[in-house]
Write a protein that binds this ligand. Sequence first.
Ligand code: RB5
Length: 145
Amino acid sequence: MTDQIKVSIASDHAGFDLKAEIIKYLKDNEIDVIDRGPNKKEPVDYPDFASKVTQDIINQSAQKGVLVCGTGQGMAMAANKKPGIRAALCYNDELAKLARKHNNANILTLGARVINQNTAINVVNTFLNTNFEGNRHIERINKIG
Ligand code: RB5
């Protein structure tokens, strides 16, 4: 799989079970994971957990992030407030591929209530294994700020 990247992951209560499955998948595939919680399934506020993963990306403790909530929307909104973060809500392979190729997304957000587990794992796999195309897309993502 991907060479030597570290993935920071967090969820809220709605994404808790899917987060556990993704962590298992990543560990089974020898990907280094930083689990930023929560560590139990109690109601929490997704922005608090989004900011833990965005911090890991910003300070380069991790190269990629995964954030799971009910829809993936709240996590994407919270993460995208942080400079340098390009979080993409993806619910199929094609979106994950293009979010990496064209947008150089550094965080994948998933909606546990709207995606099944197998699809989610495929999306994670595609996200982590697709490279940014660069070229004309560099100037465009730089304009995002
Ligand atoms: C929690 O009920 C839910 O609002 C949250 O997981 C997420 O979907 C927000 O965008």
